[in-house]
Design a protein around this ligand. Sequence first.
Ligand code: AFP
Length: 388
Amino acid sequence: MKGFHKDTNNHATTLVQHLLSTHRRLHVLEGAESSNASAEKDGVDDLIMLLASIAVAVKSVGSAVRRRDITHGSGTESEPLERVANETWIDCLLYSQRSCILVSEDLENPVVVESNMQGKFAVVFDPLTGRSNPPCQEMGAIFGVFRQMSGGSPVIEDVMQPGRQMVAAGYALYGACTVLFLSLGSGVHGFTLDPALNEFILTHENIRIPYCGHIYSVNEGYSSLWQPEIRELISRFKTEVSLNGKERTLRYIGSMVADVHRTLLNGGIFMYFAHQQWPNGKLKLLYEASPLAFIIEQAGGKASTGLERILDITPTSVHDRIQVVIGSYEDVELVEQLYKGPSTSDPMYLLRRSHSIEEMKDSKEESNVFHKEEDGPTILCSTLPRIA
Ligand code: AFP
């Protein structure tokens, strides 16, 4: 794990300090006459207050998860963890007085906040995901924040927005330590909970996902339930050399937030295709796929259904399900090209790609610098002609 980022006074940077300083920096850059005035104007201070409340929800659910680890199966558990998590998120969002309408994976219908507690933001969230992976190692939470579009009382349209209109998104993971990764649309930053301070400390500043990877993540247990073209696509993808020259290898946790977290840090691709049990795909658009697509795109990656960009999809219901292909730019692009098939894919793509792989091999022999991890992908990026 990277060390704590220190500010100019050599102090670890907390979540709120980072959010405030980033925002101030952004406004100075925009030449705003005074950041206070502009902060007020565009409600960023309100957004920071809302994110601080989400951090409180993550801390308290994190400690409930850890307690549950200790008491697991002892019968002393009073309430199911998912109910504890859902109620905690709703309380924190309500008392932030910055939200107006809430969508939770664990509630059939959206919650409209009482007018005297209302703020400007619509929040969509999955308060506890990966829970079919007991005991709790790979559980987490996912959230997305939209601006209220309607004037007056909030309406369902305030959450039925395409992901590209989010003003913030993020996820938490309750693994060996509790981490919170988020973006306000200017890069992705990761924070780790320091149990001694009970503060989220900046540990991953401005993360960039590797341009290509060799890890692929898909539940191959469903291959018999997939459409033949999906089976064909996965077997083709597995045999296509990864641009970093490494053999492809499978990693699948079964918790999207954990699988995407690994993909963000190490590169590669996570896929969940439709199959007989889930004809439209299993994963939820609004509070699973869209927020994680926002994060991955902000880190330089790509996120699609295989055919269209996830962030351009406008939900038709709050619990819509979609297919998900998300991760390193080059890997997702390869899957999209294979998925589109010869009729609609870029006929030159695979040719260019194999050309680049040859070039890579040549440059590897030549400079034998390829083995130096950090150089690998950068060499490739310069060789792969972009699709206009
Ligand atoms: P739970 O939150 O019910 O554990 O579901 C997790 C999830 O929605 C997502 O996080 C996983 O990627 C996916 O389901 C795993 O689904 P399969 O078990 O069908 O592979």
